[in-house]
Design a protein around this ligand. Sequence first.
Ligand SMILES: C[S@@+](CC[C@H](N)C(=O)[O-])C[C@H]1O[C@@H](n2cnc3c(N)ncnc32)[C@H](O)[C@@H]1O
Length: 450
Amino acid sequence: MAAPTLRDSTPPGAGARALRHDLLAAAALLGSVLQGQSLAAALPELAARQRWTAAERAAAQALGFEALRGLGRAREVLRLLQPRRIKPAQLEHLLLVALALLSLPQSRPYADHTLVFEAVQACGEQPRLAHARGLVNALLRRAQAQREELLRQALQVEQARHNHPPWWIDACRAAWPDDWQAMLELAALPPPMTLRVNRRWGSREQYLQHLREAGLDAVAPQQPGLEQALILERAVPVHQLPLFESGAVSVQDASAQLAAGLLDVADGMRVLDACAAPGGKTAHILELADCRLLALERDRERAPRIADTLRRLRLAEAQVRVADAAQPQSWWDGAAFDRILLDAPCSASGISRRHPDIRWLRRREDIDALAAAQRALLRALWPLLRPGGRLLYATCSVFPAEGLEQAQDFLAGHGDALALVAPGQILPGRSPERDGFFYALFAKRADAPA
Ligand SMILES: C[S@@+](CC[C@H](N)C(=O)[O-])C[C@H]1O[C@@H](n2cnc3c(N)ncnc32)[C@H](O)[C@@H]1O
């Protein structure tokens, strides 16, 4: 999902009405997420059903993101203001959006009293909520007047302090005793927007020049593996990126940009990208070498995005198949691969600032199920690698069950596997400009049976 932006061109006189609409739209988004739907699915569905314009959709997304990032705090403040459950749910969601915005002060183009006023008006315009105008007015005015005291009390509760569910906080604290707080704090902030300049198009210095001509600036990280990366000083919609449509550049976090380089691909190699959609890493591999690449994706709806990505970047075609990578008997032709990338499905706990719905959608037991699926994928794919070949296992997770423990378990069970580099865990708290990411690079012993 592209980085959200608040409306930047509100027609004169329509500002207040726009905010009213945006609050209701964000409340609808929040409601969908709290019913178990991802933001990525809820946003297009609501936008189509409620006929939002592009600007309305972007504004709903921006407010929805803020509300989800501040949901733990907003819930606790609402509980302090009104211990009884608020009904109907739509009213509760509207209050939560308004309280999240009031409790996470950031620079906004409107004053708090405007926000309160518009939330009350929004309520009045909804037939099912109109009766609650007085309540919304009273609660939000108290929230505004007693903000300091309410926050002081709310922040005694961990879920409010860190804006994540308790099990997630516990898991981070147990795994990363020195980093968990910084990691969770960072998840309250919008993420950086990082680009990967297409090597086949040109150098990052050339692209930096185009950015500057377009009034955008960026920093070029100097770490090995990030030679084509540029971190923008501020996020912009992709259509504002120069030469985006002609394939000069992709949006890809710096951690994810490490993957293709670690594989060390060369022309002519037979490469498997086992979990490929939307094709960010597939494309990066093909920017580095003319490989014979098979991209698998289990999700029929997502698979076409791989070819779209390659087409936009003017890259060689890959063979794309809709298939379950854990079932090679249904798609493998028997010829061994030189390289395998397993960018496995995971909790996405390392990118919770990019997808603030994830922390509220996942359950603790999901982690065990995901770890089991990752283990099955690793086991199924390993026999497909030729002796001397490399397999890169990666997840955008910070939970060890999906990272280091998975890698250790794999090495313990596979005598023909070597760890080529020490497994890497990137923690967003330590590297704020990067997403959380885990990678383990395995080589198959050259003397292993083919
Ligand atoms: C982390 S995403 C991949 C991101 C991608 N590598 C990129 O860089 O753009 C994981 C993908 O794997 C797919 N997937 C999950 N289980 C799979 C399986 N058993 N076989 C193939 N694809 C799978 C998911 O639908 C999802 O699109």
